[in-house]
Design a protein around this ligand. Structure first.
Ligand SMILES: *[C@@H]1O[C@H](CO)[C@@H](O)[C@H](O)[C@H]1NC(C)=O
Ligand SMILES: *[C@@H]1O[C@H](CO)[C@@H](O)[C@H](O)[C@H]1NC(C)=O
Ligand SMILES: *[C@@H]1O[C@H](CO)[C@@H](O)[C@H](O)[C@H]1NC(C)=O
Ligand SMILES: *[C@@H]1O[C@H](CO)[C@@H](O)[C@H](O)[C@H]1NC(C)=O
Ligand SMILES: *[C@@H]1O[C@H](CO)[C@@H](O)[C@H](O)[C@H]1NC(C)=O
Ligand SMILES: *[C@@H]1O[C@H](CO)[C@@H](O)[C@H](O)[C@H]1NC(C)=O
Ligand SMILES: *[C@@H]1O[C@H](CO)[C@@H](O)[C@H](O)[C@H]1NC(C)=O
Length: 867
């Protein structure tokens, strides 16, 4: 750094005695120049400020729609022998006033749509491109539309009440700069042809093609490429309105166009079951978290999926399918968006009370990235949908999002966990709310949702198959929950398989860590279809018991599962039943120290995943997996497997380790595969000397303490899932404040006493033989497990796992995360005859959430004659 002595000015002289610049005698010319420069600088500054102010003002357009009129509206009935055609001819006059002299307005992509509800007819649509309005002043814009539609009854002119909508983009310009774009939608309902307005005599000659010859009735129809003939779909610039039974309006959904936000769902007399406290882009949407290479942990950039390309894929009587796609341009989007394209699809079927959604994720040879999270979320009206159901024994009245915010809520050890200190509804006072208490294993996330008591209605997310989700059958995801309070706008909603709403999660690092983040190398292509999921809505009468809504939702789920794979998705990326095949076989297990003969692997998991090591499926997040459970004879059918190359994996409760069939399985269309008998020989070298726990990949059988009474979720009191209570990690330290737990293999009971270490006794030790210690972990979070025999710390461990895991299952109240199996050789010479002490030390402990969960431990003697 420079010294602190005063420096002489760059120009001029310095008076070192007075310690200041020396006065100089200036000439008039010098002063004149200096003044001139100052004036110029000031003038430039003022100009700059004026420009800045005007640009600022330009950013806040003063713009008003003064009037909307429909002065001309004529109707014509055309009667033929075979058909009745209704035609309309209308003008829409739009008067606007721009009061901002700094701003010019441009109307882009205007669309007018006229519909007549009772016929659910699409009566007309017109497009006006780029009508420009000058800055400041009144402008009038006339939009005209003609339309005709076939109907099955006579219509009196007086009965015709039209709904009109005009939509488009208003673009505001300040000079050449576009400052803002506002999408707009103006709708006018129930407009009748007004008396006094001149209308053509009726019936008028059809403004449609002349009456066709009887043998060509098709000509009377709209051209086949028209998508609106008798359609249930109304297209406007901003919204798509999907109606199931438009004539009585049972279910109607609005989806913003081209973004693809579900902004409104009308059902059972509820104007909008989605949360209208939230802006339109925060009610029903897809989002992802994506991480450029080098991003640490499970972090990334949050990206809500905002489609920019809209397409009507299908618009038929019985089915509507819409696409809201976000394309990717590797040049202009580089580093700004996830390097992939996402096509959000929404489908409605006739007579079906719900909306199907699926997403096609695809990438070409683009930049590398990882995707820690992908989901579809729905946020429901927080004041109406308050009862949440995720399972028969996991359902409860829920607090509202406001309860989670200070001062009503008090954040606990992490922001997701909140103690409700002053909830709006006092019944929740003193309870903990934490979305992780409502997570579930993928195999169990089939239906979950929310119930509204008045009018009694349910909103359910049904996932008929988890083939597209990451991490296999026991990967845990969030389900319905109450939303976080950290956002400016908080919400309650229902998402498909994850957060405080109805969520469906497809990919997440929860209960698994970074290892479950799909990562794509530069240039690596990918195509994956998430879904379809089904957002199902049901209702009962006020007299009925609301539990019927859940019962009905489960029934619906079963019937959807039976329909899998769905036949309706229009995308070829979703293979239909005839493009998939079945894989069958019989699964056996043989542990020669347990039974003489192999035995059927009953009720066991068996599945196909991408080729890899045994157990690799639990870390796979890019591919499809197909899992099932065997029957009591070990027989299995994996139905409807997609074409591809797989390995066959499995595991059997009661046995440690992972099964992988030695022959890879290639699936091609039309060829069912019978793998015959497959045999799992779990790791085993010698007879069991002692064991602790049950090998089932969970720590459920061990002692789970009661929660601190300050942090209770009443749902999990006297509940088999008591491990879901908050703060149990603190209980361990409270229960064993000083000394480690000591477990005696002979005397202790692992359901009560097991937590940390155990004592064992061997009657005979073969000092030249090798014993095998097997430690199966159900979870690990930034841990290092060291194993010592008979010599406590600081002597060196006989085995260490090294730093493992980041599944965070302790903090998130899981009873397992990823499965880890360690097979450790123990030399007989290290064992004592009689008492032996095994020290199991988890050495990493910066945060209370670090730690491991045990699944099972076993010491095997040296190989001897098996059973
Ligand atoms: C759908 O949008 C139309 C036009 O804006 C509106 O009138 C209707 O109430 C909306 N329906 C729902 C369910 O949000
Ligand atoms: C309510 O449910 C019944 C079937 O249980 C169905 O027929 C009816 O259409 C539903 N009502 C609405 C408004 O969806
Ligand atoms: C509603 O049904 C549930 C479950 O079947 C039952 O426990 C409850 O008592 C019933 N409520 C009423 C009011 O009948
Ligand atoms: C596969 O099995 C299902 C029943 O699980 C059956 O409906 C389907 O027809 C079978 N597919 C083939 C190709 O055999
Ligand atoms: C399966 O397919 C892969 C790649 O498509 C190929 O390398 C392998 O040889 C095939 N295996 C069998 C058993 O057909
Ligand atoms: C453990 O039990 C076995 C028999 O069940 C007995 O032989 C042995 O002495 C016991 N060891 C201890 C330390 O109690
Ligand atoms: C083994 O250790 C236990 C507990 O420390 C003790 O009670 C027992 O007497 C010991 N047995 C032998 C044979 O040393």
């Amino acid at each position: 750094m420079d010294s602190e002595l005063p420096r002489p000015p760059a120009h001029g002289k310095y008076d070192f005695h007075a310690n200041r610049p020396r006065q100089q005698k200036g000439t008039f010319l010098k002063w004149f120049c200096v003044s001139l420069i100052i004036i110029i600088i000031l003038a430039l500054g003022i100009c700059g400020i004026v420009l800045l102010v005007s640009f600022k003002k330009a950013e806040v357009p003063h713009f008003q729609v003064k009037a909307v009129q429909v002065p001309k509206f004529s109707v014509a009935n055309v009667l033929t022998d075979q058909q009745k055609v209704l035609s309309t001819n209308l003008d829409f006059i739009f008067e606007s006033d721009n009061k901002n002299m700094f701003v010019g307005v441009d109307f882009g992509n205007m669309v007018m749509v006229a519909t007549w509800d009772d016929v659910e007819a699409h009566l007309g649509e017109t497009h006006v491109q780029n009508y420009v309005q000058k800055s400041k002043g009144v402008s009038t814009l006339k939009v005209s539309a003609k339309g005709e539609v076939e109907i099955n009854k006579d219509v009196k002119k007086e009965d015709m009440k039209l709904d009109l909508s005009l939509s488009g983009d208003l673009k505001f310009f300040s000079g050449p700069f576009k400052t803002q774009t506002w999408p707009f939608l103006i709708s006018c309902n129930k407009i009748s042809a007004m008396p006094g307005v001149e209308q053509p005599a009726q019936p008028t000659p059809a403004p449609v093609p002349a009456k066709p010859a009887a043998e060509q009735p098709a000509q009377l129809r709209r051209p086949p490429n028209s998508q609106h003939q008798q359609s249930r779909l109304q297209v406007s610039r901003q919204h798509h309105r999907l109606s199931r039974q438009p004539n009585n309006g049972l279910l109607q959904a609005n989806i913003s166009k081209p973004a693809g936000y579900v902004t409104g769902i009308r059902y059972n007399g509820i104007d909008n079951i989605l949360d209208t406290v939230n802006p339109e882009d925060d009610r029903g949407y897809w989002d992802v978290v994506w991480a450029p290479p080098g991003t640490k942990g499970t972090k990334g950039n949050f990206q809500r999926i905002v489609g920019t390309e809209f397409r009507v894929i299908l618009d038929r009587e019985d089915q509507i399918e819409l696409s809201f796609k976000i394309p990717y341009n590797p040049v202009t989007n580089a580093k700004k968006a996830a390097p992939m394209e996402i096509d959000q699809r929404y489908v409605m079927l006739r007579g079906v009370s719900g909306i199907y959604a699926y997403g096609i994720f695809e990438r070409a040879a683009w930049a590398a990235f990882g995707m820690p999270n992908a989901r579809l979320a729905f946020k429901l009206q927080r004041q109406q949908f308050k009862y949440m159901v995720i399972a028969d024994n996991r359902q409860r009245e829920m607090p509202v999002p406001e309860d989670r915010k200070k001062p009503r809520g008090q954040e606990l050890a992490y922001p997701e966990a909140v103690l409700l200190v002053d909830p709006i509804d006092p019944q929740f006072r003193g309870e903990v709310d934490d979305k992780y208490q409502y997570s579930m294993e993928s195999q169990d996330i089939r239906v979950h949702g929310w119930v509204c008591r008045d009018p009694p209605s349910g909103f359910w997310q049904i996932t008929p198959s988890y083939e597209f989700r990451s991490g296999g059958p026991n990967k845990q995801f969030l389900t319905s929950h109450v939303g976080p309070s950290t956002l400016a706008v908080s919400y309650t909603s229902c998402a498909l398989n994850k957060d405080m709403f109805g969520i469906t999660m497809f990919v997440s690092a929860h209960y698994s860590g970074e290892e479950l983040i799909p990562r794509f190398a530069e240039g690596e292509p990918w195509n994956h279809v998430y879904g379809p999921m089904f957002m199902y809505m049901n209702n009962i009468t006020k007299e009925e018991n609301i539990s019927l809504l859940w019962e009905n939702a489960k029934e619906k789920m079963r019937s959807e599962v039976n329909k899998w794979p769905y036949s309706f998705p229009a995308s070829e990326d979703f293979p239909k039943a005839n493009e998939r095949v079945n894989v069958t076989g019989t699964f056996f297990v043989h542990d020669k120290y347990k039974t003489k003969e192999k035995e059927p692997a009953k009720n066991s998991f068996i599945g196909l995943g991408p080729p890899g090591e045994a157990g690799s499926w639990q870390r796979d997040s890019k591919n499809y997996q197909f899992w099932t459970r065997t029957d009591e004879h070990g027989k299995f059918t994996l139905p409807f497997v997609r074409v591809g190359s797989y390995d066959l994996y499995g595991w059997v409760d009661g046995f440690i380790g992972d099964f992988k069939h030695n022959t890879p399985i290639n699936i091609s269309v039309g060829q069912n595969v019978d793998v015959g008998e497959v045999l799992f020989e779990p790791p085993r070298d010698g007879p069991t000397l002692w064991e602790i726990g049950v090998p089932d990949r969970m720590a459920k059988e061990f002692h789970i303490p009661d929660p601190n009474p300050k942090y209770v979720n009443k749902l999990y009191v006297n509940h088999p899932d008591r491990f879901r209570q908050y703060g149990l990690w603190e209980r361990y330290a409270e229960l064993y404040p000083k000394d480690d737990l000591v477990y005696d293999v002979n005397a202790s009971d692992y359901t009560k006493d097991w937590f940390y270490a155990q004592v064992t006794s061997l009657d005979n030790v073969a000092s030249d033989a090798t014993y095998k210690l097997r430690i199966a972990l159900a979870s690990a979070t930034n841990s290092d497990l060291q194993v010592r025999l008979n010599k406590p710390k600081p002597s060196p461990p006989i085995f260490t796992t090294g730093r493992i895991g980041n599944d965070n299952s302790i903090a998130r109240h899981g009873i397992h995360g990823l499965y880890w199996l360690y097979n450790i050789d123990v030399k007989g010479s290290e064992l004592n005859k009689g008492n032996n002490t095994l020290y199991l030390t988890q050495t990493k402990g910066v945060s209370p959430f670090q730690g491991i969960m045990y699944d099972y431990l076993r010491l095997e003697g040296p190989p001897s004659s098996p059973k």
